[in-house]
Ligand binder design. Structure first.
Ligand code: ZN
Length: 314
């Protein structure tokens, strides 16, 4: 049976682009690995943040629409994006968030401790210590590699029909149920990042898409051959996958699972060095070739953004 290694990327709507860069690079210390545009709306950025190379399992992507309507987090969405940090680093992160005046709560589930806070658009983010997963080699804005975010620990999913979502996780994505407790079911994949998925067992009311909500969650396929197998498998299971769509840095197939969450299956290759060297990732505005003739106009319309250090206590 097909099994995904875990989360490939998570894509969300946010408000201001500079605020978005300041939070994910300036506060969390992630690398802006790709600066491109929404291929369906070229006046809007598509920003990708991850570890030093933007490995699958580390990538969060954003469409920043300035002054856009705020969404409501709810059923049919990723409720919380969970980042893995190295063991013994939560104290560092507590001090860092305090020094940057970002309020957080300490919560726990399945015997793990989470630092929980919101990004500037209201997306829910958590940090959890995990031994598994390679250490990030990217140090930025006062976050040393020994405390750097490794990538996704996983996510909390909120479903309008949690039994159906759970069925898809087990029988389509090939995740393994490992625990159930306090209204949450925990699944794991065989990967070492983006590999722990918690699902609220209580059915939630529908969320509303908008700023501060996740648009979709993408799951990893090893290569194009496996990707095609996934597409057929999803279709045979009675869902309605799209055709394969070229997203430049991976190929994508989308389907909405019956609990309302938009799922994508995305290929690990070709990755972000397809059009920029590893040293230069995220430093140029990259456009697909069909937009190159309009580059000047597109650059004029996009707001200026800058990756900048915010400091914070070290
Ligand atoms: Zn995607």
């Amino acid at each position: 049976m097909l099994q995904t290694a875990g989360i490939h990327h998570i894509t969300a709507f946010v408000d201001d682009a500079q605020q978005n860069v300041d939070f994910y690079s300036g506060v969390l210390g992630l690398r802006l690995v790709k600066k491109t545009i929404n291929f369906d709306a070229p006046e809007v950025y598509h920003l990708y943040f991850g570890n030093e190379g933007g490995s699958p399992g580390t990538i969060i992507t954003f469409f920043p629409y300035s002054n856009s309507r705020k969404g409501t987090i709810g059923g049919g969405q990723v409720d919380t994006t969970v980042y893995a940090v190295p063991v013994d680093s939560l104290d560092f992160w507590k001090k860092r968030l305090q020094s940057l005046a970002i309020p957080y709560e300490v919560t726990s589930r399945f015997d793990e401790t989470f630092l929980r806070f919101d990004d500037p658009s209201g997306l829910r983010v958590e940090l959890v210590e995990r031994a598994e997963g390679p250490q990030s080699q990217w140090s930025y804005s006062g976050v040393p590699v020994e405390y750097a975010v490794k990538g996704f620990g996983g996510a909390i999913l909120s479903s309008v029909s949690s039994k159906k979502t759970i069925h898809v996780l087990e029988h389509i994505l090939g995740l393994t149920k490992v625990s159930e407790n306090n209204g949450m079911v925990r699944f794991r994949s065989y990967g070492n990042l983006g590999n722990v998925i918690d699902v609220n067992t209580e059915d939630a009311c529908w969320g509303h898409s908008g700023s501060g909500t996740v648009h979709h969650i993408a799951w990893r396929a090893k290569d194009d051959d496996e990707h095609e197998e996934w597409r057929q498998f999803v279709e045979q299971a009675g869902f309605h996958p799209t055709q394969v769509i070229d997203r430049q840095y991976f190929n994508a197939v989308y389907f909405r699972e019956p609990g309302g969450i938009l799922f994508e299956i995305a290929t690990d290759p070709p990755g972000f060095t397809r059009d920029e060297s590893e040293e230069e990732l995220g430093t140029h505005l990259m456009l697909p070739e069909w937009y190159e003739p309009q580059r000047d106009l597109i650059e004029q319309k996009l707001p200026k953004i800058e990756v900048r250090e915010l400091g914070g206590q070290q």
